[in-house]
Structures are given as C-alpha cells and as structure tokens.
Design a protein around this ligand. Sequence first.
Ligand code: SF4
Ligand code: SF4
Ligand code: SF4
Length: 392
Amino acid sequence: MGHHLDGKSSIVPLIDRLNKYPVGLPDSDKLRRILAILFTEDEAYIASRFPLTEATLPELVRATGWDSVRLQATLDTMADKGLVMDTAYGGKTFYLLMPGLIGFFEFSFMKQRQDLPVAELAQLMHEYLYGDPEQKMGREFFASKTPLTRSLPYEEHIPVSSQVATYESAREIVKRAGYGAIGMCYCRHKKEHLNDICKKGAPTKEICISLGTAAKFMVRRGFAEYRTTEQLLAVLDKARELRLTHITDNIRHKPSFICNCCSCCCELLGGVQQGFPMGVAKTNYTLQIDGESCLGCGLCQKACNVTALEAVAAENGKRKKRMTVLPDHCLGCGACIGACPSKSLSLIPASRPEIPEKKKDLFKAILKEKKRLTPFVLHGIKKKILRSIRMG
Ligand code: SF4
Ligand code: SF4
Ligand code: SF4
C-alpha cells in the first residue's frame, strides 16, 4: 500500500475505525481517494475517533478533544452528508458513524450533490467495487455465512398451502413500519454518472423505500421524502410491474429499507452474479419449472435479476429449448413468474437458514464469523462501568 495520496492524515485511522464494523472497507489507494473526497480532514478525524456504538455529544467531546460548539456544527454537516446518523430519543441526541456499505457510499448518491465531483466519485467507486481482481470488497460484503441483506418473495406467487410470516411479506413490512419514505436508487444514480442506464427501464428516482427510524433521519436530512403507506405499497406494485427483486435487511424485526433491484445496476445483485450466489439471503421459496409446458421462449431468463435460469436442449416436442433453474443462484423472489406465457413457473417452499431477529443479532453473527466481536464486547463493558461511575 502506497502512502495516502491526498495529504489527509486521518484517512488511515478512519479506515481502521470503519474496519471494526461487521462490513468494513478493505484498504486500497482507490478507497483512500474516495474517502478523501467524501470527508474533510476534520470530518475524517472526528469519524476516526467515533466509539463503536452510538454516542452523545459529551461522549464525543471526550473522544475527540474538541469543544462542543465546534463539534456539534461539524456533526451537523456530517449528518447532512450522510457520514453520521443523528437520532433523538429520551431527550438526548445520539450520533452513529455510518459504515461505508450499506452507509455513506449509498448516501453520497441519494441526493443531488453540488459539493462533490460526482462523476469522478462514481468512477472511483465502480473501480473500487468491481476493478479488484482479488475481489476484496466483494468478499468483505458477501462472503460471510450470514448475509447482510435478504430477498423477499412476491406475495401473489407464494403457494396457497404456505403460511406466510409477516417478515416475509414486503407489503406487511411496509404496513407495520409506522413511518416510511421514498428516495433515489444509489446504484442507478451512480450508473447514470457512468453514462449508463437501467436495461429494465427502472427509475432512478422515487424507487428505494426506507422505513422507521432510518426513514425519519433520511427525510430530515434530505435523502428521502415522506410517503404514506398506500403510496409505498404503490411503489412495490410498480417494482413488480418492472419485475424488480425486493431486497431488505436480513432481519425479522423492523427492517429499515426495501430496495427494488435490477440485474444490471444493483450492486447487491451484481455481487450475487459475480461469484457470491449466497451473498444475498434467499427467500423461503425457490422456483419450480414445469418442463413439459415450458415453450423455451426465454422470457423468464430475461426477467430474472440474478441469471438463475439456464436454457437446455429440449428432449422432445417442437421446441428446441427448455428452461432449467440453478437452485444455488435462485433467490426465490418470483420476479420471473409473471413473464411466462405458459404459466410454467411457480414458487415452492425451500429450507433456509434462520433469519436473525434484530439488527444487533445480525451484526453480532457477522462480527463473530469475522472474529471482530471482542472489541464490541469490551466497549460494552467499558460503557457500563463509566455509566455506573458517573451515577455514583
Ligand atoms: S440495492 Fe437495488 S434498489 Fe437499492 S440502491 Fe442498489 S439497485 Fe437501487
Ligand atoms: S429465477 Fe429465481 S431469482 Fe430469478 S427471478 Fe425467478 S425466482 Fe427470482
Ligand atoms: S417464460 Fe415460461 S415458457 Fe418461456 S422459457 Fe421461461 S418457463 Fe419456459
């Protein structure tokens, strides 16, 4: 690794800090250039001093050595840029350093930014994510046993004999969230700056759904706009018309987003197609094809967002081909089913690993798998001791 190119001395400590998260950002010259664009030197310093969990202003004053007025102003700017998330509860404001992915990489393309060289940033991010022959970022994001995200099935294609749990239904997740917002698709927006567009005609604007506390933060900081439940359900309908795959947090309790993803732009589905078929958790279903009625037309293959369908020579009949499914690749999302003219496709139940209950369970599982849990445990103990000392 060469020396940091941009003269910001806090970039390396910032990378070290980010790499304590369940999904970090493997170091490279490209990453250093990206961070030097997104963070000022002061912001990189503040971020590098962030505790592992959310912190109050007085805690951050202690961690940084800055005075509270200057620090508060910098944290405000960082929240506007999506570098930290500020949340108020119990009469206090808590600040959390955002991870890179899913985090400030996305936020940097979720509103129009005049302060960033967006075309250069899009190119750098693309090279960072896709140009590494060792796929370091791909492995960091997709190769843990417990994936960070999961796909959701189109409810209308779930077999009637199946009991549909509420956490499996995009519509129920939206209805139960209590608050929701709509925003720009980071992947498609970034792609536009690389002079490319979505081959499915999926929109860049008003397509990514955020929910609950995350949505409130995003609305407050201009990354998304509030929408009613009915309006968000209509977005799901539109996504299904375009045969997009719904993706959410790999948790049961209060997922914070539902992305509506295509094969060509989506970085999550891109990872699945580029060597990490288990990188997005599958639904509790998989695709079944009726080989007898299949016409071999290929329309389902065109609709599939993860290249999980393969044409093989047909053994009999007038058709030359018939379609088969690659079970290791199929997410069980159901996006292809409506494309079939002969109604040869259906979802059938499949056995899958347990989905973590809450975000803290998901993060704990990934941290454990990556052997990064100890610093979090020690941080938790330290926080408890400090709190009891302060309370006398
Ligand atoms: S994950 Fe999918 S919907 Fe979300 S930002 Fe990327 S392409 Fe858009
Ligand atoms: S083949 Fe599987 S992953 Fe592809 S669209 Fe159909 S259900 Fe989804
Ligand atoms: S869309 Fe239907 S008929 Fe056409 S190849 Fe796929 S399964 Fe066969």
